[in-house]
Design a protein around this ligand. Structure first.
Ligand SMILES: [Zn+2]
Length: 371
C-alpha cells in the first residue's frame, strides 16, 4: 500500500492527461491515445471533476516591441473552482504569482487588476504555483474557461518554464463564452463575462478581474447550461497541435465533422496534402466529389463544395494555423449544406475570381502608365 502510494506520487507530474472524450464520435486513433495515456496513470474510478479556471496576466509595460516573444503574457494569478459531475461546487483554488519577466505592470493591467505590488511580491514563483494548481485539479479534470485565451496562455507559460509536459495536449475543454452565445443568443458571440452575468440576472458579489471571482462567475453560467448541449459542443485547444499522422484528430459533432492535421513546413505543402484536401462524407464514408475545388477566401482560409450521392452537399472550410515555431497545421470542417448554401459558395468563388482579375488588370494598366 505504502509502496503503491509512493509510486503514484512519483508519477503525479510525469504525464498528467486532461484529455477526455466529448460526447461526439471519435476516431480510432484518438481512442488509442486516450487508452494509452490512461494506462497506469489514472487511478481506477477516479472522480471526474469540472475545473472552471481563470487567469489574470500582465504584458510588457514598454510596448510590444520590447516584449519577450516567448512570453507575451505573464500569468499573475490563477483562480479556479472545482465542480463534481453534478456541477456542485466542491472546492476552490487561488494563488497569486510573483512576476519574474515583467516586473512592472502594464498600464492596462494596473487599470483592471486589483493586485498591488506587495501582494504580487508575496506570490509564489510560477513553477510552484502551477504545480500546486495542476495537482489540485486531479487527473480526471474537464477544463471550463471563458473564451479560449486562458488555456493558451497557461500552456505558453508552462512552455516558457519547460513544464509543458505536465499538461498534455490537444486539450478538450468547454468554452463557456462560446456555449453562452450558442445557448442564449443562437450564435457564437464573444460577450464579456459581466455581460453574461447581467443577462442571466446573477448577483454580482465580488468584483470582476480577480481570478477566483471570474472563475466563480463562469461556473455559475456553466451550471445553467443544458448538460447534453454542453457535451455535444466541447472545444479542442490545439496549442499542442498534432505532430504526426497518428496524432491527427477526427471528430464528428452534431451537424459537422472536424479534422485537425499534423504539421507542415509551409501553407502550400499543407494545401497539397491529400489527407488535408480530401472530402469524405462523414456520415457514410463515401467520397464526396468536389463540385467546387478548394479556393482561398483569404491567406488563412479556403473553402470548397462537395457532393455525396447519399447525403447531398457538404461545405468544406480549411483554416491554416501557424504554430509558435512558424510551422503550419490545418483545421478542416465539413458541414452539410442545402442547395441555397451550395449556390452561395459557387457565387463566392466567382466573385473572388472577378475581383482578382480586375486587380490584375488595374495593376497592368498602372504599370503601362508609368512607362
Ligand atoms: Zn454520405
Amino acid at each position: 500500500m505504502i509502496k503503491m502510494q509512493r509510486g503514484y506520487r512519483k508519477r503525479k507530474f510525469a504525464a498528467v492527461s486532461f484529455d477526455f472524450l466529448p460526447c461526439a464520435l471519435t476516431c480510432k486513433t484518438y481512442f488509442a491515445r486516450i487508452v494509452k495515456s490512461k494506462k497506469g496513470l489514472r487511478k481506477k474510478g477516479a472522480d471526474m471533476n469540472y475545473i472552471v479556471f481563470d487567469l489574470e496576466w500582465n504584458q510588457c509595460p514598454y510596448g510590444k516591441e520590447r516584449e519577450n516573444k516567448r512570453l507575451p503574457f505573464e500569468i499573475l494569478e490563477i483562480g479556479a473552482v472545482k465542480l463534481d459531475e453534478n456541477k456542485t461546487m466542491v472546492d476552490s483554488f487561488q494563488e497569486v504569482i510573483r512576476p519574474a519577466v515583467y516586473k512592472k505592470l502594464h498600464f492596462r493591467t494596473r487599470e483592471i487588476l486589483d493586485l498591488d505590488r506587495a501582494a504580487l511580491n508575496h506570490g509564489l514563483p510560477f513553477p510552484k504555483a502551477v504545480k500546486k494548481f495542476l495537482n489540485w485539479c486531479g487527473e480526471d479534470a474537464k477544463f471550463c474557461t471563458w473564451g479560449t485565451a486562458d488555456l493558451v496562455e497557461l500552456q505558453r507559460n508552462l512552455k516558457y518554464y519547460k513544464l509543458l509536459y505536465l499538461l498534455k495536449g490537444p486539450i478538450f475543454f468547454y468554452d463557456i463564452q462560446k456555449l453562452f452565445g450558442l445557448v442564449y443568443e443562437g450564435e457564437k458571440t464573444s460577450r464579456s463575462l459581466e455581460y453574461a452575468i447581467d443577462f442571466l440576472e446573477e448577483g454580482k458579489e465580488g468584483q470582476f478581474h480577480r481570478a477566483l471571482n471570474d472563475a466563480y462567475y463562469t461556473a455559475e453560467i456553466f451550471r445553467k447550461l443544458p448538460k447534453d448541449f454542453v457535451e455535444e459542443h466541447s472545444s479542442i485547444d490545439c496549442y499542442q497541435n498534432p505532430k504526426s499522422r497518428s496524432e491527427e484528430i477526427h471528430m464528428v459533432y452534431p451537424g459537422y465533422y472536424k479534422y485537425i492535421s499534423r504539421e507542415f513546413p509551409t501553407k502550400e505543402e499543407a494545401m497539397k496534402d491529400r489527407g488535408v484536401t480530401k472530402t469524405k462524407c462523414y456520415l457514410c464514408g463515401e467520397t464526396a466529389r468536389k463540385k467546387v475545388r478548394w479556393f482561398s477566401v483569404n491567406p488563412k482560409s479556403h473553402m470548397c463544395l462537395a457532393l455525396c450521392p447519399k447525403h447531398g452537399y457538404f461545405k468544406g472550410k480549411i483554416r491554416l494555423k501557424k504554430t509558435d515555431e512558424g510551422r503550419y497545421y490545418v483545421i478542416k470542417t465539413l458541414k452539410q449544406a442545402d442547395e441555397q448554401e451550395a449556390a452561395l459558395i459557387r457565387e463566392k468563388k466567382e466573385q473572388l475570381r472577378k475581383k482578382r482579375r480586375m486587380k490584375r488588370h488595374q495593376e497592368k494598366q498602372e504599370k503601362n502608365c508609368t512607362f
